[in-house]
Design a protein around this ligand. Structure first.
Ligand code: ADP
Length: 675
């Protein structure tokens, strides 16, 4: 790496020179030693050894000894040199490794600085929270070299930490995992720990750190080797966590952690600033709204409106004030309230204004003086208010020139209204009286009609009975023999007369009931006996039609309360209907005690009744099917009478039926309670 501070001696070159010098010194020392040794040792040897043969031998020994010594010396020197070389080599390698590590670290930190700078740029440029978080994550992945970066935000209801922004490679990681802010197992990972402690949590080896246990499998699938989580505060409280994942272990050293802590802190500061900005905007908007509202209020006032200080300086007024006075806004701003009144009114006005500031409120009627000299009668009300730190008067003036006229009109209207009210009362009273008479008339007409019908039917019964009786006598040939045809005709007369009599009897009953004339006995009676009699009465009818009549009477039936004759009538009617409307099968009668009353059920396997016809059953003169009317005789009054009779006795009748399957009529009568 070139050093800008200037050329420097190459350390390698000086080292080489030094080594060469030492090599030269060693070689020279050796040459000198070897030369001296050879020269002097031979001289010494020649002096002390007498014969030539021994000299030669000793010389050989000396030579060998020399080789041995120098070899030893050589060995020492060379092995020292090798050791040195080896040591040097190791140092060089170590240095290289260190240099590489430092370079990597520098690169990493450099990248983090770049990310931090991108984050800060994003903070400056972004005015919206979630966009800011996204930019931060993008910057950390793009510039900081992280595999994934995300910001999780706590949902205060569920305590879940959900991603608010994600950048980089995740491949469904966040769908596959759950992270919580509280201390359940899913809250014990790096993110949850950082959230609760408010301190960064780093893990340099995902596969070994106990905190990552729950997420390890998913993390390893995505090659997340290290991770770091850094709390983000809003308004001083931890609200979210910035988490980054690296694809190598041991990524997070103190410098990296410091820088990431700084990123998280910058985010917190930016979010706080955004919150403040938002609330400032909101306040401003509220103030603007308030202003618009008060403007709308002042402008929509029917009269003039103004606000001035205790010294009489106008601060606000509505548009109408300018219209009515004829002065422009800038003129009004320079005028005094008293200027708007005729000279003779001014003392009174000054007094009233003083009153407002003393007592809080006052009003006065006075002529308002316009710029063109015209005056209009006005009613003014004033109220003392505190406005922007000053005592002020807020006042309203209403044009009362039309007041007198209006008052007159109002009085006339009131008079008219009073008159109207009086006549109305009379009209209502008259109408009420009319209605009352009409009602009385109607009621008595109804009673009269019923009474008339009752009498008439009674009158009709006598001659009909004679007809039936005399026809019977003629049919018995007591008055002489009859031809076949005569007999046939007379039987028809008798049949029709009987039918008519039935009808009359029914009409009579119904009319009496309606007219309130039917007398019902209220006494204790033996129900079982009445039921038995009714059944026995219709048994021949059933047998004649080939129907079975099943009768079952509970032994504990007891004593009912009511009219035995009418009860008999009801049962007879129901049994007759059952037999009449059944062609095959059976009719059954079942009497038992039920819920403190007696219930008699009469069921048949006959034609049944359609659901839509059930409601018509108990209405007078309603026969359900006109076709049936032709097949089955009847007046259509029976059930109507039965129901009224049962009701009069304090009981009831109900029906259940299925079309073409059969019907069941139930009569309920009160039990005698011994009273
Ligand atoms: P009616 O004298 O014509 O029988 P009711 O009032 O007794 O008059 O009955 C009214 C109508 O109700 C009958 O015409 C018949 O259509 C129907 N109805 C009454 N009882 C039965 C029944 N057991 N099965 C089928 N239809 C019935």
């Amino acid at each position: 790496m070139p050093d800008p501070s200037g050329p420097q001696p190459d350390p390698g070159a000086s080292m080489k020179a030094r080594l060469r010098k030492r090599a030269r010194a060693i070689t020279l020392a050796y040459a000198a030693f070897a030369g001296l040794w050879i020269y002097f040792s031979d001289a010494v040897l020649a002096a002390i050894v007498p014969d030539a043969e021994t000299l030669v031998r000793m010389s050989v020994y000396k030579g060998l000894a020399f080789v041995a010594v120098t070899s030893l010396l050589l060995f020492v020197v060379v092995s020292r040199a090798f050791r040195r070389i080896e040591e040097g080599y190791t140092t060089v390698k170590e240095r290289e490794r260190e240099r590489r590590a430092l370079q990597l670290e520098a690169e990493r930190v450099g990248r983090l600085y770049a990310a931090l700078s991108a984050v800060n740029q994003a903070i400056v440029r972004t005015s919206e929270g979630s966009a800011l978080l996204q930019h931060v994550c993008d910057a950390l992945v793009d510039h900081g070299g992280f595999r994934t970066a995300w910001v999780g935000w706590r949902d205060p209801v569920t305590e879940r930490i959900d991603p608010a922004a994600i950048a980089g490679y995740d491949e469904g990681y966040f769908e596959a995992i759950d992270i919580f802010a509280d201390d359940r197992p899913e809250g014990l990972g790096p993110t949850g720990l950082a959230f609760r402690s408010g301190e960064p949590y780093v893990c340099n080896d995902v596969s070994a750190d106990p905190s990552t246990r729950l997420w390890r499998e998913e993390a390893e699938k995505r090659n997340y080797r290290g991770c770091g989580s850094f709390p983000i505060r809003v308004g001083g409280t931890v609200s979210g966590v910035l988490s980054v994942y690296s694809d190598d272990t041991g990524f997070f050293r103190s410098r990296e952690v410091e820088l990431l802590v700084e990123v998280a802190r910058d985010i917190s500061v930016a979010l706080d600033a955004l919150t403040r900005e938002a609330s400032r905007k909101e306040t401003e908007e509220a103030a603007r709204r308030e202003r618009r509202f008060s403007d709308a209020m002042t402008e929509s006032m029917p009269g003039i409106l103004y606000l001035y200080t205790a010294e009489g300086k106008f601060l606000r007024w509505n548009h109408r004030f300018e219209e009515v006075s004829g002065y422009s806004g800038s003129e009004i701003a320079r005028m005094h309230p008293i200027d708007f009144f005729a000279p003779e009114h001014r003392p009174l006005l000054a007094e009233r204004i003083g009153e407002v500031f003393q007592t809080g409120t006052a009003f006065v009627e006075a002529s308002f003086l316009s710029k063109d000299g015209s005056t209009t009668p006005y009613l003014f009300t004033g109220r003392a208010v505190h406005f922007e730190g000053r005592e002020c008067l807020v006042g309203i003036g209403i044009d009362v020139s039309g007041k007198k006229q209006a008052e007159e009109k109002r009085r006339a209207a009131e008079r008219a209204l009073r008159d109207l009210n009086r006549t109305l009362e009379q009209k209502v009273a008259d109408r009420t009286e009319e209605l009352r008479t009409a009602l009385v008339r109607a009621e008595s007409a109804d009673r009269l009609k019923s009474a008339f019908l009752a009498t008439m039917s009674h009158e009709l019964r006598t001659p009909l009975n004679s007809i039936i009786g005399f026809t019977g006598i003629v049919l018995q040939e007591l008055a002489g023999p009859l031809t076949g045809e005569q007999r046939k005709q007379l039987v028809m007369v008798q049949g029709s007369a009987r039918h008519l009599l039935e009808l009359i009897k029914d009409v009579l009953d119904l009319s009496k009931i309606e007219a309130g004339q039917l007398e019902i006995r209220r006494e204790a009676f033996d129900v079982a006996q009445v039921v038995e009699q009714a059944a026995e009465t219709v048994r021949p009818l059933a047998e004649a039609k080939g129907l079975r009549l099943d009768v079952s009477i509970a032994s504990d039936l007891g004593t009912a309360h009511g009219d035995p004759r009418r009860t008999h009538q009801i049962l007879l009617n129901l049994l007759n209907n059952g037999i009449k409307f059944t062609d095959e099968g059976h009719v059954s009668l079942n009497a038992e005690r039920e819920n403190g009353s007696v219930t008699v059920r009469i069921a048949d396997t006959g034609i049944g009744i359609k659901p839509e016809d059930l409601d018509l059953l108990f209405q007078p003169f309603r026969q359900v099917d006109s076709e049936l009317t032709r097949q089955h005789e009847g007046t259509g009054l029976g059930l109507a009478i039965c129901r009224r009779l049962a009701t009069l006795m304090g009981g009831e009748i109900s029906v259940e039926s299925a079309w073409r399957e059969g019907s069941e009529f139930s009569v309920t009568l009160p039990l005698d309670n011994g009273a």
